[in-house]
Design a protein. Structure first.
Length: 377
């Protein structure tokens, strides 16, 4: 064992030396039918040493990573092999403040602490390039020739989560909007002529909201498969902010709250896809409104930076630390089960397609601000 004197915010950072790992791999390979047995498992199967490093794995894992030999991942921890964005923080996979909420490292640690259990959890990973993974993981500890090992299985449930989120959106959010249109149409039969224009305008706004919600799901599915096409043009920041303010001032999440544009917002031309940009900043606005108490204000703004233009959304509520650590993960949400797609789509669309930089700050006394910074063209 060697200690690189690196800090940790969670799991132990120590690692085993490469030579010892090679010896452990040879010991595992001597187990009868080990290769045949683990290759029969249809999910990712890893054998880890007591320092959470990969000693052995099945062909499913190698295939998923696009590598051919166990030696290509030997000594890595699971998050490092999967290129988790936090795998290089602190002392590597499992040691950052974000890892406190990782189902993979928690299940491994639980199995190491209690050899009589098989720990099970869900794991959400954002890998390089904003690639999102959802796994269900199992970990159990076994002792072989006096050495402790963790048998670790990970099942990819990304498609299941994606389907559930999509069904949730259509069966809840979109049905609610469609129900609103149905209600307005029913009222139209009985309204007075002088009220007709008001209700027709409301019906038009609600129908437009329905169409945008359907388009948002279509765009997200296309973005995840790399099929989303940009329609780049020149637009100005104030026009973008006005459109978003108008949409969410009349949206159900904005009822009883105020959406305003900061008075010092700059009006600058930007070369971008305005539809996607409004989708990104619109999701920021919707999330801010959902977190904002009745009678409070959400502020939209645009500011110049040294590298370009930053569009931002601010509200006075503060995010708990646990939310900050998981906010951009797909299927994570503070709004209940089967939610959690808004902030993930902000990151995916804003960075992978608009070439921007998405981030947030949330501090006591200052509130919460989400932003996208777009480069000068």
């Amino acid at each position: 064992m060697f200690n690189e004197n690196v800090p940790t915010a969670f799991a132990p950072p120590e690692r085993e030396e490469a030579q010892k790992i090679q010896c452990e791999a040879k010991e595992v390979e001597r187990l009868p039918l080990i290769r045949q047995l683990i290759d029969l498992v249809p999910d990712v199967f890893l054998i880890l040493n007591s320092y959470r490093q990969i000693v052995y794995c099945n062909a499913k894992f190698l295939e998923a990573l696009g590598v051919e030999r166990v030696e290509d991942v030997s000594g890595m921890r699971p998050g490092e092999a999967l290129h988790c964005v936090h795998a290089n923080d602190e002392g590597g996979c499992g040691t950052s403040e974000y890892c406190v909420y990782c189902g993979a490292v928690n299940s491994i640690l639980q199995s190491q602490e209690n050899h009589d259990i098989t720990a099970c959890d869900e794991c959400r990973i954002i890998a390089e390039g904003n690639t999102a993974f959802n796994f269900k993981v199992w970990a159990t500890n076994l002792t072989l020739d006096g050495e402790d090992y963790t048998f670790f299985v990970a099942r990819d449930i990304s498609h299941e989560k994606r389907r559930t989120l999509l069904e949730r959106t259509f069966f809840h959010d979109i049905m609610n909007t469609a129900g609103g249109i149905q209600g307005i149409v029913a009222i139209l039969r009985d309204v007075q002529r002088d009220e007709l224009d008001e209700f027709l305008a409301l019906a038009t706004t609600t129908a437009n909201t329905l169409i945008e919600e359907i388009k948002a799901q279509r765009d997200l599915l296309a973005a995840e498969t790399g099929e989303l096409k940009l329609e780049t043009t020149t637009c100005d920041t104030i026009s973008i902010l006005h459109d978003i303010r108008d949409i969410y001032s009349n949206h159900e999440v904005g009822m009883g709250k105020e959406v305003v544009i900061a008075s010092d917002s700059v009006d600058a031309p930007i070369q971008t896809d305005p539809r996607l940009l409004k989708r990104v900043v619109g999701n920021m606005t919707k999330n801010a409104l959902e977190a904002t108490d009745l009678g409070h204000t959400v502020t939209l703004g645009a500011a110049e930076t040294s590298d370009g233009i930053k569009l931002y959304v601010h509200n006075m509520e503060i995010m708990p630390e646990s939310v900050k650590m998981q906010v951009f993960q797909r299927s994570f949400s503070t709004k209940g089960a089967d939610r959690g797609i808004g902030t993930y789509s902000i990151k995916l669309l804003g960075e992978n397609y608009l070439a921007g930089k998405v981030g947030f700050e949330s501090e006591e006394g200052k509130g919460t601000t989400f932003h996208i910074e777009l480069p000068s063209r």
